[in-house]
Design a protein around this ligand. Structure first.
Ligand SMILES: C[S@@+](CC[C@H](N)C(=O)[O-])C[C@H]1O[C@@H](n2cnc3c(N)ncnc32)[C@H](O)[C@@H]1O
Length: 306
């Protein structure tokens, strides 16, 4: 495990992620491995490196994951199976690895991380992160809707994946992924809930991405960030993908909708919270966001979640 400095797994802000390195690797790998969605992957990686903050719920996730992994770590010698269902990049793998690394010396060594994604590029970048930090890691390419159970999972994280899944498929997908849980395993569902004024939110998202594009352009033009593709090609990708999340098929509109999805999936709600953030993307330009953060279990025994 790397252990010193801001890119240490122990650092609660970076969780060991090197966002400049990720931006370079996505720029190198995505054009070959994800020809149809390279713009999306490269934009996401560059925006995490250069743009306004994105992973608002990381501190809350660290708290929830910490409790779940600590409970499993209390059982001697147990391998702790952690599954990230839909990755995009190293964010969730790093968050889980950070938590395990901070718990006790031996806990990280007892964790096995499995990452599923339909795209190869995030899996390759996650695999490199795992080698760098000495993680026991397995990558599973393929569509989650068809994926076989990767293991009996102690912890499953679904972070922003449901917005990619049409509403009609969400109950089946959540039930399926939940069926991968080991007894007393836990599934964390974290996903944006659109604001009541979703038209204003969508416009705010474009302003946020425009600010992030500008910051990325500055980093490229000044040579602070060097990618394998030219600045011109990269900026073309950023421009083309400025609105690429608009019209995702599975956005949530209320906490009640998420509660109904959970009930219909057959999983048991252990906690369900709606979190809100407000942040500036420019002078006087405030953006609001809300997310659902749920912890789910497999079923009830004697009135208790198991
Ligand atoms: C999970 S989301 C984004 C998560 C990220 N933590 C965030 O907050 O932006 C995007 C990822 O999910 C993957 N994805 C979307 N739909 C999928 C599906 N049906 N099966 C597998 N992976 C999927 C995409 O390839 C992408 O890498």
């Amino acid at each position: 495990m790397t252990s010193l400095g801001a890119l240490s797994l122990l650092d609660p802000v970076s969780c060991g992620e090197d966002l400049a390195h990720n931006a370079r690797r996505f720029s190198e790998l995505a054009p070959d491995h994800c020809a149809g969605c390279a713009d999306y992957h490269i934009r996401s990686a560059l925006h995490r490196y250069a743009g306004p903050p994105k992973l608002f719920d990381r501190p809350e996730l660290i708290r929830l994951i910490g409790k779940i992994i600590a409970d499993k770590a209390a059982l001697p010698d147990k391998t702790i199976e952690i599954v990230v269902a839909g990755a995009a990049d190293t964010a969730m793998l790093a968050t889980c690895a950070h938590v395990a690394a901070t718990l006790r010396v031996d806990v990280l060594k007892r964790c096995r991380f499995t990452v599923l994604d339909r795209c190869e590029t995030p899996l390759l970048v996650c695999a490199e992160f795992a080698v760098w930090h000495g993680l026991d890691f397995d990558a599973r390419p393929g569509d989650l809707i068809l994926a076989a159970q990767p293991c009996a999972a102690d912890l499953i994280i679904t972070h922003s994946i449901f917005r990619f899944i049409p509403h009609a498929d969400q109950v089946a997908l959540l039930g399926r992924i939940g069926s991968w849980l080991a007894p007393a395993g836990r599934l964390i569902l974290s996903n944006r809930i659109l604001l009541d004024d979703d038209g204003a939110e969508a416009k705010g998202e474009i302003r946020k991405r425009t600010a992030a594009n500008k910051a990325a352009e500055e980093a490229l033009v000044k040579g602070v960030l060097q990618l394998s593709e030219s600045a011109k090609t990269t900026l073309g990708r950023l421009k083309r993908s400025i609105a690429d999340a608009a019209g995702r098929p599975g956005e949530f509109r209320s906490l009640g909708e998420v509660g109904a999805l959970i009930r219909q999936s057959g999983l048991v709600e252990i906690s369900l919270d709606c979190l809100a953030w407000e942040f500036a993307i420019g002078p006087g330009d405030l953006i609001r966001r809300r997310r659902v953060l749920a912890v789910l279990g497999r079923g009830m025994v004697n009135g208790l979640a198991r």
